[in-house]
Design a protein around this ligand. Structure first.
Ligand code: NAD
Ligand code: DAO
Ligand code: ZN
Length: 374
């Protein structure tokens, strides 16, 4: 049986307060659990959203972070798919391969750890983290803002050591989400037209997915002109700033550009008005709009039902529809083969002790992803 480890972590004590660098203890992995030495973590807007207190389900004190990469330090009984020393990416979308979701062949969602993950505890209902005599909650089944973390064996995948972990960590959320939404959930086919609303890391990864699928048109849309060069670099064929259209709505403009509307649109903004635009810019009869953005608490989408009656479809995508344990290694191969770029997304770097700077970078329009060296 392993020992409790003392290490540094960025702790979120309460909503609306900055993260605090603390010495914490991390208990050994129990049955079916894996303890990981986290080497890198990237920051994502979901961490910022939870820390802000705007997420009504956010609970504190907690160790945030869910876009990480590390090395397996120890394993509990019953763990067979990863071993000590393996390079791994924690998965906020678990894959147990046994539940009705996993065996359905219809979804990448998994029921195995869902309830406890949502409560911020391990599947046995307890936490592995303590600080100053208090238990800290886990976050999204990952908690990568700690030098060591414990995750369920269903929530971790080993990847080849050929992939540098300071890059591969981005596959833990944003890039897989966008690339998978285009290539798996929407399953864009060669020659189809696509439009992507919102060009953060997620939207740019949708652009890459659409380009990889040889979409005939990849129209990138953002209210920030600074995103045009990024979108073009990823292979977008067009860029539109909807704020700069005169006498025409973005929906009218897109319909005009594509002879009636798009085969596929994607919302990567989380704004429910944009979600409506994305649906209504779809081609009558067959256009499909995929919602990826996470809307603020309590927000609802709307459109006239006639939009759906006349053949447009609305769907959503979580983690790009990717089954983490089965399919993430394939994305790592795509990265190593030069088909999926990751390096371009890392616009900023920081260290654990300066993680709050990373949050500031993320709030600025210029940062796609900030990787934290733990
Ligand atoms: P980001 O903030 O970096 O990017 C959002 C982009 O949208 C920005 O470039 C912004 O300028 C642009 N934008 C804002 N309002 C707009 C408008 N009205 N029209 C066009 N563009 C507009 O965020 P990100 O990290 O790329 O994440 C995008 C979204 O995806 C977020 O809502 C995030 O929570 C969500 N997300 C979902 C999943 C999932 O599994 N479904 C996973 C990760 C992230
Ligand atoms: O199975 O009900 C469930 C929970 C699935 C979680 C999917 C989360 C998708 C969006 C999260 C954004 C992460 C950054
Ligand atoms: Zn499952």
């Amino acid at each position: 049986v392993g020992k409790t480890i003392t290490c540094q972590a960025a702790v979120a004590w309460e909503a609306g307060k900055p993260l605090s660098l603390e010495e914490i203890t991390v208990d050994p992995p129990q049955k079916d659990e894996v303890r990981i030495k986290v080497l890198y973590t990237a920051l994502c807007h979901t961490d910022i959203f939870t820390l802000s207190g705007d997420d009504p389900e956010g609970a504190f004190p907690v160790v945030l972070g869910h876009e990480g990469g590390g090395v397996v330090e120890s394993i509990g009984e019953g763990v067979t798919d990863v071993k000590v020393g393996d390079h791994v990416v924690p998965l906020y979308t678990a894959e147990c391969r046994q539940c009705k979701f996993c065996t359905s062949g219809k979804t990448n969602l998994c029921g195995a750890v869902r309830a406890t993950q949502g409560k911020g505890v391990m599947p046995d209902g307890t936490s592995r983290f303590k600080c100053k005599g208090k238990e800290l909650l886990h976050f999204m089944g990952c908690s990568t803002f700690s030098q060591y973390t414990v995750v369920s064996k269903h929530s971790v995948v080993a990847i080849t050591e050929k992939a540098p972990l300071d890059k591969a960590c981005l596959l833990g959320c944003g890039l897989t989400t966008g690339y998978g939404a285009a290539t798996k959930t929407a399953n864009v086919q060669a020659g189809e037209t696509t439009a992507i609303f919102g060009l953060g890391a997620v939207g740019l990864a949708v652009v890459q997915g659409a380009v990889a699928r040889k979409a005939s048109r990849v129209i990138a849309i953002d209210t920030n002109d600074g995103k045009e060069s990024w979108a073009r670099k990823m292979g977008a064929t067009d860029f539109i700033n909807p704020m700069k259209l005169e006498g025409q709505s973005i929906v009218e403009k897109l319909i005009e550009m594509t002879d009636g509307g798009l085969d596929h649109t994607f919302d990567c903004t989380g704004n429910v008005n944009v979600m409506r635009q994305a649906l209504e810019a779809c081609h009558k009869g067959w256009g499909v709009s995929t919602i990826i953005g996470v809307a603020a608490a309590g927000k609802e989408i709307s459109t006239r039902p006639f939009q759906l009656v006349t053949g447009r479809k609305w769907q959503g995508s979580a983690f790009g529809g990717v089954k983490g344990r089965s399919e993430l290694p394939g994305l790592v191969d795509d990265y190593l083969a030069g088909k999926l770029s990751i390096d371009d997304y890392i616009t900023h770097n920081t260290t654990l002790s300066e993680i709050s700077k990373g949050f500031e970078y993320m709030k600025s329009g210029e940062c796609l992803r900030c990787v934290v060296d733990m």
